[in-house]
Ligand binder design. Structure first.
Ligand code: ZN
Length: 257
């Protein structure tokens, strides 16, 4: 299942930036545009069978396809073995709704991660999808009494503050150091994490981003002053905050005392 969904997400990444709807038409080679037959279109297996080259034009198949297929497969296995059991405490129907919500969030974050890594953009489509998905879910939770109004306000305030902060970064760097796609990504982050996990997630993103940036400069892959996309680091920061956000916050506050 993970490989199949990963294959779909690979198409989403490609088609949100290039032409076409992710739901229309058969898969084609990115390079020669020939339609792929079924055996050239099996997630991961076809990539291995074809040894990473298109059957027709022999040009290399983009690395992002096997990557997103493998990561989605790992996400699904993790979700099935570990992630799903987080939610088994909640009663029906939340024992189904909650895990599905988080699985879809995981897949949307993967699309953000890879689109920004590959093309240096976070598309409006995925931003809008993620924001509506999280807002809709939060409203349902509050409406059904599963989430307190105060927690929703906390999440909304986190979203507003983070969007303002990213907007300032975008404005001060004149859009060169910080993209507007990140600004549009901010509402979803705040709504997803709330306070203080939003702060933990963004700080983790900045720290991991700087470490990787310095490494890339030291390895001669990037020059000082060149940009690297920030979205992938934000996604990693969000995952860190979701898994260990409260622990990290308590640990940090404990150090200050
Ligand atoms: Zn081809």
């Amino acid at each position: 299942m993970g490989l199949l969904w990963g294959s779909f997400l690979g198409v989403v990444v490609y088609r949100t930036v290039n032409e076409g709807s992710p739901l229309s038409g058969r898969s084609r080679c990115d390079k020669c545009k020939k339609k792929l037959s079924w055996w050239q279109n099996i997630p991961l297996i076809s990539f291995l069978l074809l040894r990473g080259k298109c059957f027709y034009c022999k040009k290399p198949i983009d690395w992002s396809y096997p990557l997103i297929e493998s990561i989605t497969a790992v996400l699904f296995v993790w979700w099935f073995v570990v992630g799903r059991s987080f939610f088994l405490l909640a009663g029906s129907p939340w024992s189904i709704v909650q895990p599905v919500f988080w699985l879809v969030v995981g897949m949307a974050l993967l699309v953000v991660f890879l689109t920004d890594l590959k093309y240096g953009v976070i598309s409006d489509g995925v931003n809008l999808f993620l924001f509506s998905w999280v807002l809709f879910y939060r409203l349902i939770l509050v409406g059904s009494g599963q989430m307190m109004m105060a927690d929703l306000l906390n999440a909304v305030l986190s979203a507003i503050v983070l969007t303002g902060f990213f907007w300032c970064l975008w404005w001060f760097t004149k859009g060169k150091g910080f993209g507007f796609g990140d600004v549009k990504f901010a509402p979803s982050i705040g709504l997803l994490l709330g306070w203080p996990r939003t702060l933990v997630g963004v700080m983790a993103g900045f720290i991991i981003g700087s470490v990787v940036g310095i490494l890339l400069i030291l390895l001669g892959k990037k020059k000082f002053g060149q940009t690297i996309p920030f979205g992938p680091f934000l996604v990693v920061g969000i995952v860190v905050a979701l898994l260990w956000g409260n622990d990290l916050w308590n640990w940090y506050m404990g150090m200050l005392q």
